[in-house]
Write a protein that binds this ligand. Structure first.
Ligand code: PEP
Ligand code: MG
Length: 292
């Protein structure tokens, strides 16, 4: 690892023929930013903000969230920090949300669905994200999107948060970028329409595999059927990248598959713009891309 670091630190992530890929890292808590920098990732492609909710007894306040996001943004300087809005429900349960029991939680009341039906909760997070955007290069990413309407509803709440802050004379980045996770088959099928609404796509291959192949991602006995190398999943990825590029926006992958070195060639051939992987996978992936 140390020799990879010595060899690759500060080097661009590009193939021998000059194809450039943005190589970012995934984090779950602000303290992980140190590992992102130590492994020389070019930014944070997925900050799973739900951990700010999971590791507490009660609602995280706007101030608490502002501190967390602002700290990461500041630490990363001008490197992009893509923060995913609350993605709880399904495998991630939080007591104080008082969610009722569901027979099919993966198909249930989760993530953006909670945020859009309880905008007062969503607004706290959006205000904290906007305020933190004055301190670095923050972008907002929406999880579990299945329709254009959901994106428009989320953007409307974001606009409300912006106008509140303007009224309070609090600084934020007026042109903050907003993207969606592509992790449901519906979002792939609607990718052209979604691309017209946002600045970027990031493919969540963990959920996209689960929902495309109808295989619970938590059930180990499905391993043989839940193959993310399935042509069905790869074709979904191809369709998403093509739709993004038709509309002039970038498309990345932030699910586990992004770090699968046996697929790096395929992703490069499909024209992937960004890969976001765990901090320890950054340099091995840069090495493979630079040797391509
Ligand atoms: C995904 O679904 O691929 C993803 C990146 O998000 P999570 O694993 O947190 O659901
Ligand atoms: Mg997901």
């Amino acid at each position: 690892h140390l020799s990879l670091l010595r060899k690759l630190k500060g080097k661009p992530t590009e193939t021998k023929s000059g194809q450039r890929v943005h190589l970012y890292a995934n984090i779950s808590r602000p303290s992980d930013a140190a590992a992102v920098l130590a492994n020389d990732a070019e930014g944070i492609g997925l900050f799973r903000s739900e951990f700010l909710y999971l590791e507490r007894e009660d609602w995280p306040t706007e101030e608490f969230q502002f501190d967390a996001y602002g700290q990461v943004a500041q630490e990363m300087g001008d490197r992009p920090v893509i923060i995913r809005t609350l993605d709880i429900g399904a495998d991630k349960q939080v007591d104080y949300f008082n969610l009722s029991h569901e027979d099919n939680p993966a198909l249930g009341y989760r993530a953006i669905r909670i945020c859009l039906t309880r905008p007062e909760i969503f607004k706290v997070q959006l205000r904290a994200l906007l305020r933190a955007s004055a301190y670095g290069n923050i972008a907002i990413m929406l999880p579990m999107i299945t329709s254009v309407q959901e994106v428009r509803d989320a953007k409307r709440i974001l606009e409300e948060a912006k106008s509140e802050l303007r009224g309070e004379r609090i600084d934020f980045n007026e042109s903050i970028q907003i993207g969606v996770m592509i992790e449901t088959p519906a979002s792939v099928i609607m990718a052209d329409e979604l691309a017209a609404e946002v600045d970027f796509f990031s493919i969540g291959t963990n959920d996209l595999t689960q929902y495309t192949l109808a295989c619970d991602r938590q059930n180990p006995s499905l391993e043989r059927f839940a193959d993310p190398h399935s042509p069905a999943v790869l074709r979904m990825i191809q369709m998403t990248i093509e739709a993004a590029h038709r509309h002039g926006i970038w498309c990345g992958i932030c699910g586990e598959l992004g770090a699968d070195l046996s697929l790096t060639d395929t992703f490069l051939r499909l024209g992937i713009d960004e890969l976001s992987v765990s901090p320890t996978s950054v340099l091995p992936l840069r090495n493979v891309i630079r040797n391509h």
